[in-house]
Design a protein around this ligand. Structure first.
Ligand SMILES: *Cc1c(COP(=O)(O)O)cnc(C)c1O
Length: 221
């Protein structure tokens, strides 16, 4: 199947309110253009040095999402154009994105990454850390940031019940914040969860944004 037919297939499977982020990391600009020419506009990358030339060469109406771990010293390179950063895992990073967005006179949407997997190496805040941060009103001091929701990555496993449980807990927390701390805030509405291997479970559990790479573009080297 071609890139275009895989995107079409996916889009017809996704509920209407769910956003498809086509994760194009490791794949060439020609592959992105193929998807673009069929009408897709939302793409995700996880390395700044790979995103920059792609941004430069490709059509400017692409909505770029950053989905990987972002180092603070690289924020300044993507601040002029990035639409959403999915992977904000520290207040230091939040502070840097706010500062650089301000310099560009932009507002940048961010998702707070929550650690839901059992694996040690996955980045993110704990539920407790987010609650403490909100309690201390620490997010209020970033005028150039829009907190658009939460993001999480489940444990990489074939055990779909484990994955389901992790996504479910994240959705419960998301709904609590949406109706609690962020009630009346229309920007706080995205729950980014689900990749090629686990997006059907993520959709069941309330995802509003799926980040899908290999299922669209094929496997990465
Ligand atoms: C690579 C990546 C994806 C896409 O992964 P696939 O398994 O290829 O769909 C999604 N989210 C993040 C954070 C990634 O780094």
């Amino acid at each position: 199947m071609s890139i275009v037919s895989r995107i079409k297939q996916l889009k017809s499977d996704l509920p209407e309110h769910v956003c498809l982020v086509a994760v194009s990391k490791f794949h060439p600009e020609t592959a992105i253009l193929e998807a673009y020419n069929s009408g897709h506009r939302v793409f995700g990358e996880n390395r700044v040095q790979e995103l920059l030339p792609k941004y430069e060469h490709l059509p400017k109406d692409i909505q770029w999402h950053f989905v990987g771990h972002l180092q603070t010293n690289k924020v300044k390179y993507i601040a002029p154009f990035i639409d959403t950063v999915h992977s904000v895992d520290s207040l230091m990073l939040l502070n840097e994105i706010d500062k650089e967005a301000g310099k560009c006179k932009r507002k940048i949407k961010i998702l707070l990454q929550i650690h839901i997997a059992v694996e040690e190496h996955k980045f993110g805040f704990s539920f407790d850390e987010i609650e403490a941060t909100l309690e201390k009103k620490l997010l209020n001091s970033f005028p150039n940031i829009i907190v658009a929701g939460l993001m999480g990555m489940a444990t990489f496993t074939d055990d779909s019940e484990k994955v389901r449980n992790e996504f479910r807990k994240l959705n419960i927390f998301f709904q609590e914040l949406k109706t609690g701390y962020f009630s009346g805030n229309d920007y706080f509405r995205e729950l980014s969860m689900g990749m090629s291997n686990d997006y059907p479970v993520a959709l069941d559990e309330g995802s509003t944004m799926v980040r899908i790479g290999s299922l669209i573009f094929g496997s990465r080297e």
